[in-house]
Design a protein around this ligand. Structure first.
Ligand SMILES: [Ca+2]
Ligand SMILES: [Ca+2]
Ligand SMILES: [Ca+2]
Length: 572
């Protein structure tokens, strides 16, 4: 319908972004902001910690101050970062299946044993033939989703002990929902969260006439030696029920223990709806695959209520503390057990997402068994949150603490008490008071701006963006560029103004003023040739995209991710 010759698309901010890349949850993965991540609190700054890019980092853990281990999803390498320098040689390189959400996924470092032994726990989808990616390239089934204990000795991870061996073979031939995060609990046991691995439908997924639970779809708990934890029986005393701490979990990329109460909290991923934050008590049943999100909404459209779930032992259902109707691709969860960012943030919960690259802050109530919204700390319309549901991306606003990180895969608190944020785009950032920032740099941590330390790809993006920004400014000054704003999910009011009427040769610059990524894509969602005329791909919050229209005509457009968002350009 439209030829590309009709358009001069002079600004493509995110050339490294691809909407056909389905890895990590088939999620839209927010690119790193060309100007670097920022936080709202002007007393805090974001610094880049790592000098050198990591390959799709998934999790991090501290060995000590400025000494960090980071897992790489697709290579199976555990990289070490000392004083900001990514060391050339990995401390371990395992063979992983790495399709979609498979790979080297989780890491936890235990407190030193009395004899000086340092245990490091790793979770990964082990390759079926000792080669990385053979599940993709040669269709080799993975060996399993496995939890290992290693010892950290002389800069190497050695003496692996297999603690948990779960199937990684999905019924649907895909590689999603392997979970993978690991935490050491206040009881010194090892907690491991795993999804239902490509839609297994056992009783642990609340399918009453399904097979017996197989260890998937829950939080599992073992001792540091891989033994069953003795004491109160939660779901049952026979294998594998005696491994489960919680079940009915579809998939997760984040969990942490509240440093005040010791309660476990998690993030859970819904399908096309119903991301969640949950308080995970022993016996928690999250409801999948009969319930996702708030049960009263019946988002899965199956008419199921909590009474229809499968309960073992002390199992019981609880509603999420908050749920998102439109998924954000919720990922990491970490409590800031430090006052180093200011007392007002101490013990607050920080959460990341992969779709938008946003960092969220949640505050708990006084009893710390629920989230608190009406606390005077959150800005914005909190009355919209009384229903415990983010019905519209605008409702995220009170929680948004920082942005521009690119898809976030992990969050940790360092021995320095600062908040560390890992981006799938390959860098680790940390948030600290601006007054301490220069001090940090003199102590050897890399604190240069992105422009001087970024990898090649990042630099390319930045050049494009700064060129384009100049372009946009100069055109704006000459009256040739027409500003437009992307507001969010408001159907034909999503883009403003709408329609936009311009003359031939004029340029429109869309600014994404929403809190999630959107696109400007030619056509409508059900058109066969949608996107062939023009396609911005993801425009992340606070970024711009411009198109010059050379020929007269009417050009409908929409958001690829949210097809109900529609607009029109009329070129006279
Ligand atoms: Ca490897
Ligand atoms: Ca749930
Ligand atoms: Ca709401």
């Amino acid at each position: 319908m439209f030829g590309l010759s009709l358009f001069c698309i002079f600004l493509i901010l995110y050339s490294n972004y691809s909407i056909v890349n389905l890895s990590y949850g088939a999620y839209i993965k927010a690119p790193l902001s060309p100007t670097g991540p920022t936080v709202k609190d002007e007393n805090l700054v974001v610094e880049k910690v790592t000098n050198g890019l990591l390959d799709f980092p998934t999790s991090l853990a501290f060995l000590g101050p400025n000494d960090i281990l980071i897992t790489e999803k697709n290579t199976g390498k555990v990289m070490r970062v000392i004083d900001g320098q990514v060391q050339e040689e990995p401390v371990l390189d395992v063979a992983v299946a790495n399709s979609i959400e498979r790979g080297l996924l989780g890491i936890a470092v235990a407190k030193q044993q009395p004899d000086g032994t340092r245990y490091v726990f790793l979770s990964y989808t082990e390759s079926g033939n000792n080669e990385d990616g053979s599940d993709v390239e040669d269709n080799v089934d993975p060996e399993g989703n496995r939890l290992y204990r290693y010892e950290f000795v002389d800069g190497q991870l050695i003496n692996p002990v297999l603690l948990l061996d779960l199937t990684a073979t999905p019924p649907n031939d895909r590689g999603e929902h392997n979970g993978g995060k690991i935490r050491i609990g206040p009881d010194n046991n090892v907690y491991f969260i795993v999804g239902e691995v490509g839609r297994h439908t056992t009783q642990a997924q609340n399918i009453e006439d399904g097979p017996e639970p197989n260890g998937l779809g829950g939080v599992l708990r073992v001792t540091q030696n891989g033994q069953i934890v003795q004491g109160d029986v939660i779901f049952g005393d026979e294998s594998p029920l005696n491994l489960y701490y919680a079940m009915g979990i579809r998939n997760s990329f984040g969990m942490d223990f509240d440093p005040v109460t010791g309660n476990l909290w998690d993030t859970e991923n819904g399908p096309a709806m119903g991301d969640e934050i949950n308080l995970v008590y022993p016996g928690f049943n999250s409801g999948w695959m009969l319930i996702q999100g708030l049960s009263k909404n019946d988002l899965l459209n199956d008419g199921a209520t909590p009474e229809d779930l499968v309960y073992f032992g002390k199992g019981s259902y609880s509603e999420p503390k908050i749920s998102w109707l439109t998924p954000i691709g919720i990922t990491a969860l970490k409590f800031l057990n430090s006052d180093k960012l200011g007392e007002q943030y101490q013990n607050d919960m920080f959460v990341g997402d992969i779709n938008n690259g946003l960092l969220y802050r949640f505050i708990l109530n006084e009893a710390r068994d629920d989230l608190s919204f009406d606390n005077g700390e959150l800005e914005g319309n909190i009355t919209l949150l009384e229903d415990r549901e983010v019905n519209d991306p605008k409702e995220n606003q009170p929680f948004v603490f920082g942005q521009g990180f690119g898809g976030i895969t992990d969050i940790e608190v360092g021995p320095d008490g600062y908040l560390y944020v890992l981006s799938y785009t390959g860098s680790l950032f940390r948030i600290l008071p601006s007054s301490f920032s220069s001090l940090a740099s003199s102590s050897g941590v890399i604190s240069d701006t992105l422009a001087t330390t970024a990898g090649e790809e990042e630099q390319q993006n930045m050049q494009q963006s700064s060129e384009s920004d100049n372009d946009q400014v100069s055109r704006g000054n000459s009256g040739n560029s027409i500003p437009a704003v992307i507001l969010g999910l408001y159907e034909d009011r999503s883009y403003s103004p709408n329609p936009i009427t311009i003359e031939r040769g004029q340029t429109i610059t869309w600014y994404n003023g929403d809190t999630i990524s959107h696109t400007v894509t030619s056509g409508q969602g059900d058109d066969e040739d949608a996107g062939q005329g023009f396609d911005s791909e993801a425009i992340i919050p606070n970024q711009y995209y411009s198109i010059t229209f050379e020929d007269s005509g009417e050009y409908p457009y929409y958001c690829f991710y949210h097809p109900s968002m529609i607009g029109e350009v009329i070129v006279e």
